[in-house]
Write a protein that binds this ligand. Structure first.
Ligand code: GLA
Length: 729
């Protein structure tokens, strides 16, 4: 071999080697994620943070910032660290050794996608790992697709969506804990070494306990507009598990479907797709993370996220199960007179053989109760037309009562175990339909399809789900695949929702699950909004809505003005306070209007008119949380501003009441310091006596840097402010 040829060969090998050894940048508007994917080696997660250019990649290594963390750590080869993936092959071997086979980077309509193909060194097992940078946002999502190319089935024991390394520092964790009536309460804590687990195993209402979302600071105590923060949310509506593992050298987050009692048999040629873990990085504190998620949600993860939501009255707290034509007609008339745009008839309207008079019967029998509504839905739609208001209806199509015609006809359609009695939920008789069964999927789709075919004027559906997944057993799934129920239930659910959306893209649907039990990005893409909580007490809502707002946008957050005395807490609050809280999200009412005084109705009419004026700012604007109720400073405050910062809406609520109490000034961080603003009081109790702040003109510089004193305006107990800021020409 001559020297020249040897030289060429070496050069060829070298350049092939250099080509294969590559760093891949995944970038959004302000962030970058760096992956090293050398062919034949493990893929490494190197960096996630502020945006860098290709020519700055070396700088990450030079500054010794690279993590060198496996992108998808697998069980069976190394023993170090928490694993994302574990299987048993058909021969009993339980090890996986994934190395890079190739990387593709391409774009589609919504995102720039990086696809890393990982292959086991020995077994015909392929894992494609995705990083999806959503266009026009700062959100990157990641997930894997696992394909079994062997001739025999294998069993998946661990199948996380992602393994996310985070720099160890003075890290603080923000997460959202809940229970019925107190969902999404914010928790913040300094992350100590050890493991923190955020999880749900309830099967259906997966956000009633904890939300599958968290933020981790990279430099100390969480702040709203400062500091470096990573935020992530798992887009899955079933059982989930997020493990945050910290030691002195690093943090690793493993997030995905909760695998407990859910090992999965992967057949030959079958591909298992995990849910997306959506994440963002912000150098503008938690506020930056929230705004990034809100923008992403409106653009990609909500049905019609860019369309204004109607102002509605829901019948539940007004009449509960006492639905009848006359009562519904009166509520529609009253709501329309106050300026409302939509009326939603809640539970209690259905059941032919068994009328739905309480929560013990009739779920499954989605035909009108003739005793209560002799003119049927047609009669209600006629009322709606007469009163110039849209009409919506409540259903709970995944559920059935044992006292129902459906259960009598199809007892095998419910999740149950042949050799054990049924465990029942709400009302002592509620059970869950087996959505793994395609016949049941057809039925559930049919509930919506039948209503909408017969009554295309229905503008809105409230989709409820008031049970956990009980009686773990499917008559449809084979005995060796009973461990798939928690997963197949949601796959079945998604198939139904896909069909509904394909046929009814413009139908507004609210996701409700005993209140805020389904506030997650796995479910929301099929929905327009969610019911935040069954607790409609405005004071407690301030805390819950604050928590929800960390990851979910106001346009989707249903917030209703309720009765005085609140039915859940018994608290008595001024109507203005109740409106000022509800107006900070998607405004609605959940009240019997005929019990309101004329003065209250007049106030409600003015507040609704004011909300119509600010609706685009609240529903599409950028959120700035200003004073946290969790800081116990006596007030809570938040604002929305248009991206141009020419209009903003400020909400301030008194949360404690003492004589001569210390009250912080409110610093309006969402304004432009180079502009000047005029203030309008949006909801004065007495039109003739607006707040002393009404009409005041103040520079953005003062408002953004020194702030606004609200102490004089908030003297009374439960006083509040809703103020509009408009640029003065
Ligand atoms: C659940 C919902 C409520 C209401 C009732 C009706 O509790 O969260 O808003 O719809 O069911 O039964």
């Amino acid at each position: 071999m001559n020297g020249k040829f040897l030289g060429l060969l070496l050069l060829g090998a070298l350049s092939a080697g250099t080509l294969a050894a590559k760093d891949y940048l995944v970038s959004t508007r302000h962030t970058s994620l760096l992956i090293k994917a050398d062919e034949g080696k493990q893929a490494r997660f190197q960096y996630y943070g502020t945006k860098i250019a290709e020519n700055e990649i070396d700088g990450i290594y030079n500054a010794d910032l690279a993590y060198w963390a496996e992108t998808y750590p697998c069980f069976g080869i190394s023993s170090y660290g928490e694993k994302a993936f574990a299987v048993a092959h058909s021969d009993g071997n339980m090890s996986v050794d994934l190395v890079v086979e190739g990387v593709r980077q391409y774009s589609d309509e919504e995102a720039d996608i990086t696809e890393i193909t990982l292959k086991d060194k020995v077994y015909p097992l392929v894992v494609k790992q995705y990083y999806k940078a959503y266009k026009g946002t700062d959100v990157i999502s990641t997930w894997v697709e696992i394909t079994n190319n062997a001739k025999k089935a294998l069993t998946l024991y661990k199948f996380a969506s992602a393994s996310l390394p985070v720099k160890r520092a003075d890290n603080w964790l923000t997460h959202f804990h809940g229970t019925w009536g107190a969902e999404n309460m914010m928790e913040e804590e300094k992350l100590t070494n050890g493991q923190k687990v955020i999880a749900n195993k309830e099967g259906i209402r997966n956000t009633q306990t904890d939300n599958p979302s968290f933020m981790l600071t990279l430099d100390g105590c969480p702040q709203e507009e400062n500091g470096r923060v990573i935020g992530a949310s798992l887009a899955w509506s079933g059982n989930y598990l997020m493990k945050i593992i910290a030691d002195n050298s690093r943090i690793n987050v493993i997030a995905g479907i909760n695998e407990e009692v859910s090992h999965y048999i992967l057949e030959p040629k079958e591909t298992f797709v995990t849910p997306e873990l959506a994440m963002t990085y912000s150098s503008e504190g938690k506020g930056g993370v929230s705004r990034a998620f809100h923008r992403w949600a409106r653009a990609y993860k909500l049905n019609q996220g860019n369309k204004e939501r109607d102002i509605l009255l829901n019948s539940w707290e007004g009449v509960y199960f006492n639905v009848n034509q006359e009562g519904m007609d009166q509520m529609m008339k009253d709501m329309s007179a106050m300026g409302g745009e939509l009326f939603v008839m809640d539970d209690g309207w259905f059941g032919d053989k068994y009328p739905r008079n309480d929560d013990k019967t009739s779920l499954g029998d989605w035909t009108v109760c003739k005793e209560k509504l002799p003119e049927g839905i047609g009669g209600l739609l006629a009322s709606a037309k007469k009163h110039n208001i849209k009409f919506g209806i409540w259903i709970e199509p995944e559920m059935v009562n044992t006292k129902s015609e459906l259960f009598e006809k199809h007892p095998d359609w419910v999740l149950s175990q042949d050799n054990r009695p049924l465990t029942t939920g709400r009302g002592g008789s509620q059970v869950v339909l087996d959505l793994t069964n395609p016949e049941v999927q057809d039925f559930v789709f049919g509930v919506v399809d039948k209503l909408m075919t017969e009554y295309p004027e229905i503008a809105y559906i409230k989709w409820d789900a008031n049970a956990a997944l009980m009686n773990y057993g499917s008559h449809y799934l084979p005995s060796q695949k009973q461990s798939h129920i928690y997963i197949e239930y949601h796959r079945g659910m998604n198939k139904v929702l896909e069909r509904i959306r394909a046929k009814y893209p413009n139908l507004v649907i609210q996701a409700c699950a005993s209140g805020g039990g389904r506030v997650n990005y796995g479910f929301l893409p099929y929905f327009n909004e969610f019911w935040t909580s069954d607790d409609t007490d405005a004071l407690q809502r301030i805390y819950m809505q604050w928590g929800v707002s960390n990851f979910y946008p106001s346009i989707a957050m249903a917030s209703h003005v309720s009765a005085n005395r609140n039915h859940q807490t018994g608290r008595v609050l001024p109507l203005k306070y109740r409106f000022d809280v509800a107006m900070s999200a998607r405004l609605g009412m959940e009240i019997q209007p005929k019990d309101m005084t004329d003065a209250d109705k007049a106030f409600a009419g003015r507040a609704i008119a004011a909300y119509k004026k600010i609706r685009p700012v609240v529903q599409f604007g950028d959120l700035y949380r200003l004073v946290s109720p969790y800081d116990k400073k006596g007030i809570a405050s938040l604002m929305y501003a248009t991206p141009e910062k020419d209009k903003a809406v400020l909400f301030v609520y008194k949360t404690e009441h003492f004589l001569n109490q210390l009250m912080p000034d409110v610093v309006l961080s969402g304004l432009d310091e180079n502009k000047t603003y005029r203030i309008t009081d949006l909801t004065p109790e007495n039109e003739q006596k607006p707040s002393a702040l009404n009409g005041k003109v103040i520079s953005g510089k003062i408002l953004k840097e020194a702030g606004l004193s609200v102490a004089s305006a908030l003297r009374a107990e439960y006083s509040s402010l809703a103020l509009l800021f408009e640029v003065v020409d």
